[in-house]
Design a protein around this ligand. Structure first.
Ligand code: 5RP
Length: 267
């Protein structure tokens, strides 16, 4: 990696501990106004102090994030589909010039291994890696899961390895049984997506198990912004990822932030 690439990568995965808390708020690019993200600025602003980086589209970045906030940006640069159609039919949606102009720290693109448009998304990844190398911008490959794909170690291991082989600098995938084998067979760092909203303790267990299994951290969205205490949840996740907190310790952080919020609301 050259200097610029290393410098940007260090803004995503913190060199002090090799860990990362990424806040995912890119869901609208195919889901529209997802629950919790109807007004992106309102959701995002209170969470920024606790996120190492934020993953989002350029539309939400420009409209809803203060440029002075100085949060490292992981820009989603793939899309072109909606929940109403075949999701794997994605292409690159942002030019490298605009990514540079927006001063992003990484670019993110989904690959759909085993899906109808598998080849298109994999070739897009290679094109993006070529551009990223040219300008010193790391690429995060998101192993999106097609409708009929099992989220197991065999399938996720396949998708992660292909992403790494094609040049991704960081791979986002899901936690699964035998997750360690997915990490071991992927020669670049792995970050784990939160997935659908679950009870807070389960989401914290997922974060704990992910880092224990070798992930550099989590790229969590719905389990943070759909929580009854988004700030409590991101602080709790941060404690697990960076401070070696147990699930119980992290859960207490969430509960105490939730309690403080309730007391403020009660006046
Ligand atoms: C969608 C994404 C999301 O960023 C990813 O799924 C993380 O969010 P969540 O924790 O809500 O699953 O890449 O394709």
């Amino acid at each position: 990696m050259d200097w610029g690439m290393q410098n940007r990568f260090a803004r995503i995965v913190k060199p002090a501990d090799g860990r990362a808390v990424m806040l995912a708020v890119d869901h609208g690019y195919f889901l529209g106004p997802t629950s919790g993200l109807e007004e992106p600025r309102k959701t995002i602003e209170p969470l920024l102090p606790y996120a190492d980086s934020i993953m989002l589209t350029r539309g939400v970045l420009r409209s809803s994030v203060d440029p002075a906030a100085n949060v490292p940006i992981v820009l989603r640069v793939s899309g072109g589909t909606s929940i109403l159609k075949e999701l794997s039919n994605e292409e690159i949606t942002v030019s490298i010039e605009d990514a540079v102009r927006l001063n992003v720290s990484a670019m993110a693109l989904s690959i759909f291994v085993g899906s109808e448009f598998e080849k298109q998304t994999l070739v897009s990844l290679t094109r993006l890696v070529d551009e990223g190398v040219k300008y010193g911008i790391p690429v995060l490959a998101v192993t999106a899961v097609g409708k009929d794909m099992a989220r197991d170690a065999r399938y996720l291991g396949l998708a992660c390895r292909i992403a790494a082989e094609l040049g991704a600098d960081l791979v986002k995938t899901y936690y699964c049984e035998e997750f360690e084998s997915v990490v071991q067979s992927c020669p670049v760092p792995i970050i784990v997506a939160g997935g659908k909203k679950t009870p807070e303790k389960e989401a914290l267990e997922l974060a704990f198990n992910s880092v224990a299994g070798g992930a550099v951290g989590v790229d969590m969205g719905r389990n943070i912004f759909q929580s009854d205490s988004p700030v409590g949840m991101i602080r709790a996740v941060g404690a697990i990822v960076h401070d070696k907190a147990s699930v119980e310790e992290a859960y207490r952080i969430y509960e105490s932030a939730k309690g403080a919020k309730a007391r403020r609301a009660a006046g």
